[in-house]
Each structure stands twice: as C-alpha cells, then as structure tokens.
Design a protein around this ligand. Structure first.
Ligand SMILES: Cc1ncc(COP(=O)(O)O)c(C=O)c1O
Length: 395
C-alpha cells in the first residue's frame, strides 16, 4: 500500500455496525463490561479508546513502525519519552538550537532533578562523538530545525549514539513521514508535534511517540496511561481526517516553499534565505540524501532593522502573524519576539538567530498570491535606510 492510500485506508475499514465509511468518534469515557474484567479490549478511555487506537495505528504505519502513543500535545509526548528514559545521573545530548519548549523542559524540569543536559553543534560530528558518553541515555535531534531549518545527518549521528549505547530520538515534526523516514536512518523513537503538518489545519494541539521496537516503546506506552496526558477522541478523529490529505498538502507546501525561497533570494532587502532545497543551504546535500522533499518551511533574514521586520510581519495579507506552523493557511512569525523570545538575546545571536530572522509557514494557497504578498511587502519597505541616505548625499 502506498503512502497516500495508507492515510485513507490503513486501519480504517468501514464501520462493521453501520457501514459508515468514516470511522466514528467514540466519544465515551467507559465501556459496558459483560462481567467484571470482561471487556472488548476497552475499559476506560484514558487507557484506550477506539478512535485513538485507529489514529495510533495509522501514525505508526506511516513512519514504517508498529507502535504509537498519542498525547494531548507534542510536549506531553516529549515528557513521556524523557520521563521514561532520563533518571537522575543520566544524560541527554541535544543540538544547540533544539526547539525552545524542549530546551525549557530539559533545563527547568529534568536538570533540577539531577539529569545532565549537554548541547553540541550537531553539524560537527567529531564534537557530537566527543560529547556522547556511556552515561548518555538519549540523543535527541530535530531535522530540519526550527527556525533556521538546519539539517543534521541522522544516519551518522545514530551510528555514533548507538556505539555508546544511547537511544536516538528524532523530532520529525518539520519533515513529516512523507518526506523523511527516521527509522530507516537509525532512529529508535520518533516524536511529532501532531499539531503541525500531521493534523494540518491549525485547529488542535496533539503529540505522538512512535517506535519500531516493542521494548523501546513499552515504557512510553505505560506512561501514556500512567501520566494520563491523552488527547480527546474528537481531536484524534480530526487528525485522522487531516491525515487523509497529508501527501497532497505536503506536495503543495513544498512547492510553495521552494518557489518562495527562490523569489526571496533575488530580493535586495533579503540578506539570507534558509531553505534546505536551495543549493546555498549548508545542509542541502544531506537533505537530498535523507529526505524525499525539502519540507514546507522557509526562513529569511531581512536586510533592515527589527522595527522594519516587525512592521513587515504585521502587515501581510495572507500570512497571518502567529505562532505555530504546518497548517493549510499561511503563517508568519518573528522568532526573536515570539517563539524564541525566552532565549536571552546574546544566546540567540550566538546561535546565529538574528533579530530580523522571519519564519514563514506557507499554507496551501496559490503560490502566486503568497509570493506577491511577500515581495510587495519587501518592495514597500523601499531601499535600505543607509542606501537611501547615500543616494541623497550623492544627489
Ligand atoms: C519541532 C517541534 N517539536 C515539538 C513541539 C511541541 O509541540 P506542541 O506545541 O504540540 O506541544 C513544537 C511546537 O512548536 C515544535 O515546533
């Protein structure tokens, strides 16, 4: 069964009771038992729910795996992995530019109870090799990263981690299983903020943890019930509905992103464009080798002031100014004042995250409309202030 067929048919037969071709929403807390302890595989919806079970089956299959637990948010999913594998005295190694919510959970929740958090530039494989020790339980990476869309070599990093006995977690939120299959590259656990491309319509918050190996999955599956951070049946149903168009959406997101990146690269008010599909991107070769498409996100550095960047992101016609990404409707954000505002300015700058870096999440709107919206806004900024002054002096 091919990818798009799986999103529609896998684990979703017509309902045996009514013939309904859409799986019903089992909006129930509990299940009538035939006798004490005798049930049809469901006893309480925190533990298991038929709608959630359908979704978990599909997500596991799309990642080429067989085990999945969904959670009420991407961070709840992360928490289950960290709780399962990090104990006081053990270590996790993360990239320097790991997602801010992961950074906060590690430093504010797990470090205070005695877990060691080490960060390193994951593009430097020798440094990665030096940092990972036999105390390292988890090596955690995102690729492409947020917001600079850096691409890390999942296969090479997994090999280094496995040699020291660590498990590899890949946050596959940006690429999705349509463009990247981390288990084939060596991952032990795959994480998703389902909130983004998988659900795809900016209308819910959800997370997932997926594994191939039953033993690796077992402690996370246990914690899904024991910690209880499960999503509602309705949200699971919405994700099942969203997944049916995942392939079509990702194809359009990727075309829009590529065309936008190419158009922005030509504009004099753009200092630098970050998109793995551009030859100029430092991770282009790795992206070509480990992904089947370059994803739907684009970031760029405006050649101007932070005030100009703020004005620009606040006045787009189609790109709504907002946090999040991966929905059918275009979104734009200014990380230094929004998603990454909690990181001190010096740290942000040291990571190469400039204050005029703008992150775009093109939706599935017509490419032409999105490009015009972005380019007209840049044109409206006029020539850079310094250039204008120079022209006036010359005149
Ligand atoms: C790469 C990545 N991982 C995890 C998360 C956390 O997911 P959620 O917001 O669904 O809790 C996010 C959220 O933006 C993200 O971008």
């Amino acid at each position: 069964m091919e990818f798009s067929t799986k999103t529609i048919h896998f684990n979703q037969p017509p309902d045996p009771v009514t013939g309904s071709v859409v799986s019903p929403i089992y909006q129930t807390t509990t299940y009538q038992q035939e006798g004490p302890g005798e049930n049809k595989g469901f006893d309480y919806s925190r533990t298991n729910n038929p709608t959630r079970k359908r979704l978990e089956g599909v997500l596991a299959e799309l990642e080429g795996a067989s085990h999945c637990a969904v959670f009420g948010s991407g961070l709840a999913a992360e928490h289950a992995i960290l709780q399962a594998y990090l104990t006081p005295g053990t270590e996790i190694v993360v990239p320097q530019d790991v997602y801010g919510g992961t950074f906060r959970m590690l430093h504010k929740v797990f470090e205070p109870i005695g877990c060691k958090v080490s960060d390193v530039d994951f593009a430097d494989l020798e440094a990665v090799s030096r940092v990972i020790t036999h105390q390292t339980k988890l090596v955690w990476l995102e690729s492409p990263t947020n917001p600079r869309l850096l691409v890390y070599d999942i296969k090479a990093i997994s090999k280094i981690a496995h040699a020291k006995g660590a498990l590899v977690v890949v946050d596959n939120t940006f690429a999705t299983p349509y463009f990247q299959q981390p288990f084939d590259l060596g991952a032990d656990l795959v994480l998703h903020s389902v909130t983004k491309y998988l659900a795809g319509h900016s209308d819910l918050i959800q997370g997932a943890v997926i594994a191939r190996d039953a033993a690796v999955f077992e402690p996370v599956g246990f914690l899904q019930n024991a910690l209880g951070g499960v999503p509602s049946a309705f949200d699971c149903w919405l994700t099942l509905r969203g997944l049916k168009t995942l392939e079509l959406r990702m194809e359009r997101h990727a075309v829009n992103a590529q065309k936008i990146a190419e158009a922005l690269e030509q504009h004099p008010r753009v200092k630098r464009v970050y998109f793995p599909g551009l030859d100029s991107h430092p991770g282009h070769a790795i992206a070509k080798a480990q992904m089947t498409g370059f994803g739907g996100m684009v970031s760029f550095e405006l050649d101007g002031t932070v005030e100009e960047a703020s004005q620009y992101v606040s006045s787009r016609q189609y790109f709504a100014l907002g946090e999040s990404l991966g929905g059918v409707r275009a979104l734009v954000c200014l990380p230094c004042k929004m998603t990454h505002a909690s990181i001190p300015a010096e740290t942000r700058h040291a990571l190469g995250l400039s204050d005029t870096l703008i992150r775009l999440s093109p939706g599935i709107e017509a490419t032409k409309d999105l490009i015009s919206d972005l380019i007209e806004g840049l044109d409206a900024l006029g020539a850079k202030a310094g250039v204008r002054e120079k022209e006036l002096v010359q005149a």
